[in-house]
Design a binder for this molecule. Structure first.
Ligand SMILES: Nc1ncnc2c1ncn2[C@@H]1O[C@H](COP(=O)(O)OP(=O)(O)OP(=O)(O)O)[C@@H](O)[C@H]1O
Ligand SMILES: [Zn+2]
Ligand SMILES: [Zn+2]
Length: 891
């Protein structure tokens, strides 16, 4: 039995009337997930009569010869019929009660059900790495040693020996304990900390678990999970001032105490030593004299930013103020689309929406697309909220993740900024969720499962926690646009619609024409959504959006310009230097060139493991010349001669970031460059370093990929150049246009954000493309309208829903046959449309052959979806199958 069933039956505990009979608990059963690699199914256990278990509790259960951690999923009044009752083992104990608050638990279950993923996999995404896996169960005395329960006198310890304690019941406060419990309790008393691992107690005391259970019942001990070894709390020495400073001290000693006093009497030892430039021996003397106390204290390893000057809220312009007002009047769950052009000050609205929440003791969750974008954004949040801000993303070390996660559990009001997986940040008391750059595709996980979209999960989370969700973007996704009822909304109305509170999206729906055939609530079809559309139509200080010049590269070539830079762009680069301004050059690809081929025979150098050409990488004069696969990272040295015909004439095609920087260095030797792509930002902190260098004016031009389209706010940037828009325009995906429009609009939006006006130059071979026209006129409305018409005609999202089945195998025949069998089976289902099977656009990656099947269906018809377990059972073990719900990449 698999977890998908969980969706169908309510997760609540079976009715008490079923579990109790004339006041006595009868046998009950519980289905659990076992924390054991590879185990994804549910296992049934019997509940000992005295244990009260709720779904989401962490249990310990016998599993084979082991004792494992497990999570209670649901209680059963009857075990599964095919399980012989005598084979069912008993739950050993509850390790932790209410580990998952109910709304959070519900969220995890929804994710598992919607994305057809075993719940344990979802739990693994949500928890910091290793929390369950390497955890160790421990038992400790409640209140520490000596304080354990009602005992205080010296007598009790003597009495414990042997079974004689019964005789002295009247004078022994612990006489009610059985000998086993007694023995465990005594053993714990011998430890200074009053605790032992469960395993150790089991070894020392026969049937210790019984005794422990008893002690737990009387509240004499508690059971807890020790953090994984790798992620032990980090301890650091803290120095506290205790005495008053008097005159018997040397000047030096007084100096140190004075520093401590100025820091409210407390500092970390290393900080104190650093500030005073002192050695630890002097602190030792001060300790001996009783002026200070040094003790180990836990430091939470949270990623620390640089110290920042405190920043004050800005006074808002009219549009910002009105948006903020709407957000602040929201009470409980609501969805807001904050559509603000690039540089309109969305971040300031977020900051001011969060500030009062913190004062009310609530927390806020801010989701951003990529880490590359976070340094600048986190700095802004830190400048406003100081150490109430923490960052949570997968590039943190395990220790940092674990500590940040625990910091959230404290429930202190705070702001967590993070990427996709931070949507599961365990913040109690959530007051607001913000998804910045909500259109960005990195919010979607393609693999491994769950293939969740953070926006979808955030919608559920906001609903379950009953708080507002704000989606911000200059180029909203069509899903969000339709969801707030903007489809078909007139362009003319844009300026005036500052989201009439409460009416928001809802009000102007219905009056519109042909697009209103579908309900906007695509994901939760029967809940009536409280949606709002808020617009920031202008940049801050009424700065204009930069004019966008489109250059036809075909004409450049006709007119004899063979450079990768048009004359327009060359002039602009020249001016940049003269005017001491800065620019950004956007290139679709990293590396040097996209492929290498032989001019004599046409041979193209390809990856031996993937069906793609190798990209040429060459960073500087003396660096090795490499050919690299961008799919599997295979690399080889660049051959001198064609492997096929031995001709020496190998030619590079297509230009990546390296080629462009080399070309720039040749044509504009004076321009100082910084290359910003995934090759140069591989190390931790390198994003920040490069961006800081650029912001400090240490370079004139930032040359990079996708990464620099996102949220960069640098006022001194006046020029933005797009070297070749075509790579973006000509993708085969149904979302190619939407993505190209978003990327180009975002990158254009980096220009002219300060006092100097900006300009944008887009080079392309297809000037007539509708996306190019829309980018030129900054026209989101007509673009989205035209695009939605096409989507609707073909029943693509946001009108139809998609599920993509990705199959892959080392065996090309087997995967193709399996795909065929599955597609045939699926096509008998009614109300769904099956496309394919088709080979993926790159058939082979890392030696695996890939096929896919696309399923389309109408969202509000609620078709009978296939039984996925049955579909999976059609897959031989050599073929892997991923079910990608709402896929973004269909290539
Ligand atoms: N009310 C205000 N008064 C003065 N400056 C402001 C105000 N609001 C925002 N700013 C400044 O305007 C600049 C642009 O704001 P911000 O980066 O928040 O825009 P954005 O809408 O998030 O842009 P993008 O979508 O392009 O990333 C920032 O430098 C910000 O500090
Ligand atoms: Zn050749
Ligand atoms: Zn490869």
């Amino acid at each position: 039995m698999y977890i998908n069933d969980v969706k169908l039956s309510p997760l609540l505990v079976s009715e008490p009337s079923q579990s109790y009979q004339s006041g006595i608990t009868v046998n009950r059963w519980v289905e659990v997930l076992v924390d054991c690699p590879g185990s994804t199914g549910l296992f049934t256990y019997r509940l000992p009569a005295q244990l009260e278990i709720k779904p989401g509790d962490i249990l310990s259960v016998p599993f084979g010869a082991q004792q494992l951690g497990a999570i209670a999923i649901r209680l059963l009044a009857q075990p599964n019929v095919d399980l012989p009752p005598e084979k069912i083992r008993e739950v050993e104990d509850i390790v932790s009660v209410g580990f998952f608050p109910s709304a959070y638990w519900e969220l995890l279950n929804r994710v598992a059900a919607y994305y057809y993923t075993p719940l344990i996999q979802v739990i693994r995404v949500a928890l910091p790495p290793g929390l369950l896996g390497r955890s160790q169960r421990r038992i400790r005395l409640v209140g520490g040693r000596g304080a354990g329960g009602r005992e205080q006198g010296a007598g009790s310890r003597e009495l414990g020996a042997g079974g004689s304690s019964y005789l002295l019941a009247s004078s022994d406060p612990l006489a009610f304990l059985t000998p086993t419990a007694r023995q465990v309790w005594e053993l714990l008393q011998t430890q200074p900390t009053g605790d032992y691992s469960f395993v150790y107690l089991q070894q020392k005391v026969k049937s210790a678990y019984r005794g422990i259970r008893e002690l737990l019942r009387f509240g004499l001990v508690e059971s807890y999970l020790e953090p994984p070894r790798l992620t032990r709390p980090k301890l650091q020495k803290a120095v506290t001032l205790t005495g008053t400073i008097d005159h018997e001290l040397t000047t030096r000693q007084r100096e140190i105490l004075e520093v401590l006093r100025r820091h409210n009497g407390e500092l970390w030892q290393n900080e104190l030593l650093q500030i005073c430039n002192a050695s630890s021996s002097i602190l030792k003397t001060l300790t001996q004299k009783g002026y200070i106390v040094i003790e180990e204290r836990e430091v939470l390893r949270r990623e620390q930013g640089p110290a920042l000057a405190q920043d004050q809220p800005k006074s808002l312009n009219t549009a910002q103020a009105s948006a903020l007002e709407t957000i602040q009047t929201l009470d409980g769950f609501a969805e807001v689309l904050l559509h603000g052009v690039t540089g309109s000050g969305k971040t300031e609205v977020y900051l001011q929406a969060i500030a009062p929440l913190l004062n009310q003791g609530k927390s806020a969750l801010v989701l951003v697309p990529e880490i590359g974008l976070t340094p600048q954004l986190t700095d802004r949040f830190r400048a406003r909220f100081g150490n109430k801000v923490s960052v949570y993303h997968s590039a943190l070390s395990d220790g940092e993740r674990y500590d940040t996660w625990r910091q959230m559990l404290t429930g202190e009001p705070q702001v967590v900024i993070g990427t996709r997986s931070a949507v599961f940040a365990p913040l109690p008391n959530l007051g607001l969720i913000i998804l910045d750059e909500e259109h960005d595709s990195s919010f979607k996980q393609d693999s491994p499962i769950p293939t969740y979209h953070a926006r979808t999960v955030a919608q559920w989370r906001a609903e379950l926690e009953n708080c507002p969700l704000v989606l911000g973007s200059a180029t909203p996704s069509l899903e969000s646009w339709v969801r707030v009822g903007r489809q078909g909304a007139g362009v003319a109305g844009e300026q005036g619609e500052q989201g009439g509170r409460g009416a928001g999206g809802q009000g102007d729906r219905g009056a519109e024409g042909e697009f209103i055939t579908h309900n906007s609530s695509l994901l939760t079809p029967n809940s009536s959504l409280n949606t709002h559309y808020l617009s920031l139509p202008e940049r801050i200080n009424s700065r204009p959006l930069p004019p966008v010049e489109i250059v036809d590269m075909r004409q450049e070539l006709q007119q004899g310009n063979r450079s990768i830079f048009s004359r327009s762009l060359q002039e602009a680069l020249q001016e940049l230097q003269e005017r001491k301004q800065q620019g950004i050059l956007f290139i679709h690809r990293r590396g040097h060139s996209t492929f290498v081929s032989c001019r004599s025979c046409g041979y193209v150098l390809e990856c031996p493991y993937c069906d793609v050409s190798l990209a040429y990488h060459h960073t500087e004069e003396k660096a090795p010349e490499l050919l690299r696969c961008h799919y599997c990272n295979y690399a080889r040295s660049h051959p001198k001669f064609c492997p096929d015909c031995s001709s020496p004439y190998l030619k590079f095609f297509g230009s990546g970031t390296q080629r462009v920087t080399q070309e720039l260095a040749r044509q504009f030797p004076e321009l100082r460059l910084i290359r910003f792509d995934s090759d140069t930002t591989r190390n931790k902190g390198s994003h920040r370093t490069l961006l800081t260098q650029f912001a400090n004016g240490e370079a004139d031009l930032l040359v990079g990929t996708q990464m620099l389209t996102k949220g960069l706010d640098l006022p001194q940037v006046t020029l933005v150049g797009v070297v070749a828009a075509d790579g973006l325009l000509n993708l085969s995906d149904y979302r190619a246009s939407e993505r190209a429009f978003q990327t180009l609009t975002q990158v254009a939006g980096r220009a002219g954000r300060g006092d100097d006006p900006g300009r944008v130059i887009v080079q392309t071979y297809t000037t007539e493309h509708q996306v190019i026209a829309a980018v030129r006129s900054h026209d989101y409305h007509s673009f989205s309208q035209a695009e939605l018409e096409q989507r609707q005609a073909l029943n693509y999202p946001p009108y139809g829903r998609l599920i993509l089945l990705r199959l892959s195998s080392l065996d090309p025949i087997q995967v193709q046959n399996t795909a065929q069998i599955i597609a045939t089976t699926l096509s008998t289902e009614e109300e769904i449309e099956v496309l394919g099977p088709a080979p993926a656009s790159i058939l082979r990656v890392a030696n695996r052959y890939r096929w896919q099947i696309l399923i389309k269906f109408a969202p509000d018809a609620l078709p009978q979806l296939p039984d996925w377990e049955e579909v999976r059972s059609l897959c031989p073990s050599s073929v892997s199958l991923t079910i990608d719900v709402d896929p973004l990449n269909i290539m």
